[in-house]
Write a protein that binds this ligand. Sequence first.
Ligand SMILES: *Cc1c(COP(=O)(O)O)cnc(C)c1O
Length: 518
Amino acid sequence: MFKQAKWEEPLIYELGSGREGIRFKEINDEFKKILGEISIPKEIKRENDPNLPELSEVEVVRHYTRLSEMTYGVDSGPVPLGSCTMKYNPKISLKLSTDKRLQLIHPLQPDSTIQGLLKALFELQNWLALITGMDICTLHPAAGAQGELSGVLIIRKYHELRNNLNKDEIIVPDSAHGTNPASAAMAGFKTIEIPTDNSGNMDFEAFLSSLSYNTAGLMITNPSTLGLFEEKIIDVAKAVHEKDGLLYYDGANLNGILGKARPGDMGFDIAHLNLHKTFSAPHGGGGPGSGPVCIKNRLVKENIMLQDLLPGPVVYYDENDKMYKIRWPGKYSPGLMKSFFGNVQQLLWAYTYILSLGPQGLREAGEMAVINTNYFIKLMKDSKGYSIPYGSNRYRKHEVVLSAEPLHEETGVTAEDVSKGLLDSGFYAPTIYFPLIVKEALMTEFTESETKENIENFAKRLKEIENIARNDPNEPKKWPLNTAVGRIDMVKANHPKTITPTYRVNYLRSKGLRGPLR
Ligand SMILES: *Cc1c(COP(=O)(O)O)cnc(C)c1O
């Protein structure tokens, strides 16, 4: 396994000493002829020169190259983050989505001059509708959470248009991604939490007893964050519809059922997808996200077109003019969640992924993701340190949540210690301490792109850590030893006070450094 470089890299403000990377021309008479006399109003003029780092080009290049060597990404090795689906980002998508002819397009250009892009977006809208079994999609939202908020606002509008004034509750299982209850609350709903039963399904009895005519809808992930397919989903959908509620599908991770099962066929009315997860667009530091939202015909009401319920612009083909056009959101829509069409580069990334795999390839990607999860489970079955809570003997779909609780009880070594031990051997850690219903959770997902050897090495390393913990429980507390940065203060790192720009500027100042603002 490779070792990460380990050294302290200063902030760019700590580097440099008055050297220049670029020399600006004085504004001379020639410029003045073109630009006219420039006079900046006194009230907006700076009193002092801005405090910018002063480095030569080679210093800047080396600084960022060193930083890039200290980080770890899906191009360096496995990133088995459950729920976050970090699959490989194919370079053919990079090539297409960064093509200058597409990148330099302006969203306010006339439709007639961007027919190629609009055609691609139109096709993507249709493909996503086909993949999800829904009737129409918008590509506009910038992330899963934005898709969710749009979706819950659509639920709100649906009931408003029907004068269902008592609909103020959204049901959410306790295994849900944190964004689900947050989105419901942002849209003004109360959330009702349903426990998970021993076999890993939403507790059906508890669900039925919380269902009422106040139920505006149900938000659910299927397969759940435990990687388990909700076995009673058809009955759940029927029960919600009987109470005139809607079903919202959180399709951030569609990988487990890609090409096999569709939310539209399970009875869902609204769904969002994360193109930066299932459809291979990069996320995290790699780029912004994309959370298209798709809905079913049954949401229509007389005189309101289906696309009028969706946020952001929707592309359509005008048969009379024989061209693609953009329909802007009307008064029944949640409106704009961000500017223009969404994160177009992400959309093109997903477009290329779908186009290059085709229907059969997408199905195989889903199958491979599921096989990888279950192969890993099989490798871990003989371990005493890690258990698989909830439906231990069921097959998982895209991911599995291991629990390091047995190891913790025996040795005091935690899921966090285990994850640091993984970092030391050149793996990225799984998602830890989520979902909240699993103690010492290690939520692991390999996707279709991980190799068999890496899955085997990962399982081997987990067992090695288990043995080290038994021999010397203090050893794992010292990890990581091979990474660029050691353990950080977790409380400080998450505290709202410490993650604001003001904090960072004050921190720089306290070290006597020149911050970006002053
Ligand atoms: C990632 C994820 C989300 C949120 O998506 P963002 O793009 O991070 O906002 C919602 N639900 C599930 C199940 C997810 O995995």
